[in-house]
Design a protein around this ligand. Structure first.
Ligand code: XLS
Ligand code: NI
Ligand code: NI
Length: 478
């Protein structure tokens, strides 16, 4: 029997539908036990999928890891601890695949498409089954992904607290932890002009109330970070925008959040997530450098690090490696939203990462700065609209986890041999002694530099950068 129903989309408050709904894949596995035993039926939404296991690179099993071996130790740390993989609630549990040309296509038999508390509780069950079966130790959510918006803001807060109780119980039972929480302050029409950067002061207050509750819930759930992604914090035209006032307000908002974290004793790391455009034409948190400059200007550096997303980096005209290195060198590398864009599509396509070249380069830089502490590899990624079956969620995450695990292995191999480090060190050797050392140590000034080079007459001969050679060497490790 096929019935039509609505299925929500994270980015659309009007929750576009309709999609096909098949009969639920629910098996009461406990019924297999003798009826005299006092058993509680264990709800399984994916009875045909066992816990995903590591089977090694030769495996052809689509429901196995080929590179992610959680307990294997690399550079003195288990792969589980290196990667700290995390699944996002908004795409995996709430994404239906709607786009501007058509409604959601996803078949999610457990989801009745309503905004009821019961449906939200049911989603929690399914989510934790997915987390556990994929052996993913963390998850992340926006307040509105997990709990429905109420008739008024008080009711919305209550809904979130109610669902958080269930999340907490599931965390306890499964051992899965919260990587970060955040507040969705971009879907509801009230945020059309932004949240902290709105022209409407009431909206700022509303956003503050929302972040206050989301932070309390994140603390209650032991969340290791709290994320601020600038939703609609930006502008479409400068003709109607007081940029200075808006950015000042954003600075004020984040300072108020810091104050509140101190007040309630929230110890998680605050993260800011750069993105240059989409939904607005110009987002204020446009890239790592802009974010760090903003944080410095508003005295927020001690309280924040960055949550970098691959697809946002490329939208900003950078590589993810650039964003990672730039943040790392300033001691601001916090966490990553792992995904990838598409060469031919100019928006945030949020695809699962599958390219070893990309993941190896990312892991090289992440390891260079000592690996993650509170952060992790958070799959801010969604299955394609055409991949509408539940099992596609498993294939997608297995692929992303394996791509990063392979990237970690390659990066560790490269670091062990130390070839690139040696090359770079040698390339900069003119700074290790003589005039270079004098400049770096602050001894030189324009007079001494002028005297030095005039006496010498010409610079030492330059050497090749050897890019092509180095790229060939890199490929040896892939
Ligand atoms: C959107 C962002 C968003 C944040 C969380 O592009 O990536 O999903 O990660 O608000
Ligand atoms: Ni993101
Ligand atoms: Ni994004």
């Amino acid at each position: 029997m096929t019935k039509l129903r609505q299925f929500p989309n994270f980015y659309s408050p009007s929750f576009l539908g309709p999609i096909n709904c098949k009969l639920p894949i629910v098996s009461l596995s406990a019924l297999a036990f003798p009826l005299s035993l006092p058993v509680f039926p264990i709800m399984q939404f994916f009875p045909d999928i066992q816990k995903i296991q590591y089977e090694g690179p030769e495996s052809r099993n689509p429901l196995a890891f080929r590179f992610y071996n959680p307990d294997e130790v690399i550079e003195g740390r288990t792969m589980r601890d290196h990667m700290r993989f995390s699944i996002v609630y908004w795409h995996t549990m709430r994404g239906g695949g709607a786009d501007p040309f058509g409604p959601a296509t996803a078949e999610r038999p457990w989801d009745d498409g309503t905004d009821s508390i019961d449906n939200a509780l049911k989603r929690v069950e399914v989510a934790f089954e997915i987390f556990e079966k994929l052996q993913v130790p963390y998850y992340a959510f926006h307040d509105r992904d997990v709990a429905p918006e109420g008739k008024n803001i008080r009711e919305s807060h209550k809904n979130l607290q109610r669902i958080a109780e269930s999340l907490k119980a599931h965390q306890k039972k499964s051992g899965v932890k919260l990587l970060w929480g955040t507040a969705n302050m971009f879907s509801n029409p009230r945020f059309m002009h932004g949240a902290a950067t709105t022209c409407n002061a009431d909206v700022f207050a509303y956003a503050a109330s929302q972040v206050k509750t989301a932070m309390e819930v994140t603390k209650e759930l032991g969340g290791e970070n709290y994320v601020f992604w600038g939703g609609r914090e930006g502008y479409m035209t400068q003709l109607n925008t007081d940029m200075k006032r808006e950015i000042d307000h954003l600075g004020r908002f984040l300072n108020l959040a810091v104050d509140y974290a101190k007040k309630i004793g929230f110890k998680g790391q605050f993260l800011i997530e750069p993105k240059p455009k989409e939904p607005t034409k110009h987002q204020y948190d446009s890239d790592a450098a802009a974010c760090i400059n903003f944080l410095r200007a508003y005295d927020l550096v001690p309280y924040f690090k960055l949550n970098l997303e691959t697809n946002h980096a490329t939208l900003a005209g950078h590589t993810m490696m650039h964003e990672l290195d730039y943040s790392g060198m300033q001691g601001m590398l916090g966490s990553i939203d792992a995904n990838t864009g598409d060469l031919l599509l100019g928006w945030d396509t949020d695809q699962f990462p599958t390219d070893f070249y990309l993941t190896a380069q990312c892991m090289l830089i992440i390891l260079k700065y000592g690996g993650f502490t509170t952060g992790g590899v958070n799959f801010d990624a969604k299955v394609r609209r055409e991949s509408f079956e539940p099992i596609d969620l498993f294939h997608a995450h297995i692929g992303g986890m394996d791509a990063f695990a392979r990237g970690l292995r390659i990066a560790a191999e490269i670091r062990k041999e130390g070839f690139f480090d040696g090359f770079v060190k040698n390339r900069y050797r003119s700074w290790d002694s003589g005039i270079g050392k004098e400049i770096e140590s602050g001894k030189a000034n324009f007079d001494t530099l002028d005297q030095y080079i005039c006496e010498k007459g010409e610079v030492d001969k330059n050497e090749s950068g050897r890019q092509e050679f180095l790229e060939n060497v890199f490929n040896r490790y892939l």
